[in-house]
Design a protein around this ligand. Structure first.
Ligand code: PLP
Length: 457
């Protein structure tokens, strides 16, 4: 029976946290999350909070699903580990691959597995270049990505990503990656004098301009999240994706949809690419694949690429010890079975998604909210100092977002701050009643943060 304080002291001494400023994190400031059920989590002091982030955008079927626990237990007693290198395979990885092929777009039927979204994008980084080698076009090496994208924390993932802070550490990006504009209307478009639709077209045509400048014969692929998640839930203007699709159709480069957040129902279809009518050559997946019950990621491969791998032959020198881990496969199979049985994707598209969106957009009337946006079950609130002039921003970027996020935690709701916006991405099983509670807590957090802002002038 270790006390909550003792746990925190030990954590402080021995645990190096990801994405954490250890200089600023006081011992007792940390929260020890000790239990979870449905959309709720409890900390070691017994406080209950609504998990508005589904963990890290991943617990799509909600916490505490015994069906997944049982499936993993059963798999582990039958075959807890075997690898999938060379010629070996096993029943759960075969069953899972078939399930994924069934829900993926029709032209995508094979899956390469890893342990996370980051290593999925490492696979992408190597596979797109290998594909062009096989096609006899070894000069096609450059990968296009976007500013403010998040594609993971490995060297390739952070390089493909477009986050300045991450590039600053570790001398990234590695060579061979070129970043173009993001379709961020509230953050970057509004200030240009263009309409939202014009800005969407402009941002899409940045892709065309980059291809013309660099040369199509030098470019392997373009990678993008259908909705940029960690960058701040950037829902593109309606004109953006159709124009990108038009450009991609005319150009001989691969398109990679990073579905690590958007996949598995988050945007109201199985994949974000379905939501926006895109036809990817590769899709990176992770998170919602297992709802976070066990670590697993991968890359869904189109027939176009799979056919070349089959026809040309030769070994792709790439794989992970835990590629297709049987226990993770069992978790994914049980997770997808729940999603199908409970019609969670349709639920997001037709029922709870529209309900949540309506309630969430009502927060747009708050004096500190410059924009409320939501697609499927992922959304954001842009916080501004003066609603009458939406071009104005808070001076110390990120400070007010953090204050509002902390108030939200204390009001019993986990949201995330990205700069001065608040992000929401709840489990797909959230009910209407829980949605009402969530929105009430969010409003309370906004009121408290707004009072702080006014106090400080
Ligand atoms: N790609 C996207 C779009 C993500 O949002 C993330 C994680 O948030 C990743 C890749 C990396 O996934 P992981 O944290 O599982 O390595």
């Amino acid at each position: 029976n270790v006390s909550s304080h003792d746990l925190k002291v030990s954590d402080h001494k021995h645990h190096l946290h990801p994405f954490t400023d250890h200089g600023a994190l006081g011992v007792d400031e940390r929260r020890v999350i000790s239990r979870a059920d449905g959309v709720w989590i409890w900390d070691s002091e017994g406080n209950r909070m609504l998990d508005g982030m589904a963990g890290l955008w991943c617990v799509n079927v909600g916490h505490g699903r015994q069906e997944i626990v049982e499936a993993v237990r059963a798999q582990m007693s039958e075959l807890s580990y075997y690898n999938t290198f060379f010629k070996t395979t096993h029943p759960p990885v075969i069953e899972l691959s078939e399930m994924i092929a069934e829900i993926a777009p029709e032209h995508m039927n094979m899956v390469f597995y890893g342990g996370s979204g980051s290593d999925a994008n490492d696979t992408v980084f190597r596979l797109v270049r290998y594909y062009w080698d096989l096609m006899g076009k070894p000069d096609k090496k450059m990968i296009l990505s976007r500013h403010n994208a998040y594609h993971g924390s490995t060297v390739a993932g952070a390089s493909l990503g477009g986050m300045g802070g991450m590039h600053g550490q570790g001398n990234l990006p590695v060579p061979g990656i070129h970043h173009i504009a993001q379709p961020y209307w509230f953050g970057e478009g509004m200030q240009t004098g263009m309409s939202e639709d014009e800005f969407g077209l402009w941002a899409a045509r940045e892709l065309e301009r980059a291809i013309d400048e660099i040369g199509e014969d030098k470019i392997a692929a373009f990678i993008a999240e259908p909705i940029q998640g960690a960058g701040g839930v950037i829902i593109p203007p309606a004109t953006y994706w159709p124009e990108v699709a038009r450009i991609l159709k005319q150009r001989d480069i691969l398109f990679v949809s990073d579905e690590v957040i958007c996949g598995f129902g988050r945007t109201g279809e199985w994949f974000g690419a379905d939501t926006y009518g895109l036809k990817p050559d590769l899709m990176s997946i992770a998170k919602g694949l297992t709802s976070g019950y066990l670590p697993m990621g991968g890359v869904i491969v189109s027939d176009k690429i799979a056919d070349v791998l089959h026809e040309k032959g030769g070994e792709f020198y790439h794989g992970y010890t835990y590629s297709g881990h049987p226990a993770a496969c069992a978790a994914a199979i049980a997770n997808l079975a729940i999603m199908k049985r409970e019609n969670l994707v349709e639920r997001v598209r037709d029922q709870i998604g529209p309900y949540f969106r309506k309630k969430w957009l009502e927060l747009g009337d708050h004096p500190m909210v410059g924009e409320a946006r939501m697609k499927g079950l992922v959304g954001a609130l842009e916080l501004v100092p003066d609603k009458a002039d939406l071009s104005k921003r808070f001076g110390d970027v990120g400070k007010v977002g953090t204050i509002a996020r902390d108030h939200s935690f204390n009001s019993g709701l986990v949201m995330r701050a990205v700069r001065d916006s608040l992000i929401i991405s709840p489990p797909l099983v959230i009910t209407e009643e829980e949605t009402d509670q969530l929105v009430a807590s969010a409003r309370q957090a906004l009121d408290l943060a707004w009072a702080d802002v006014r106090k400080q002038g």
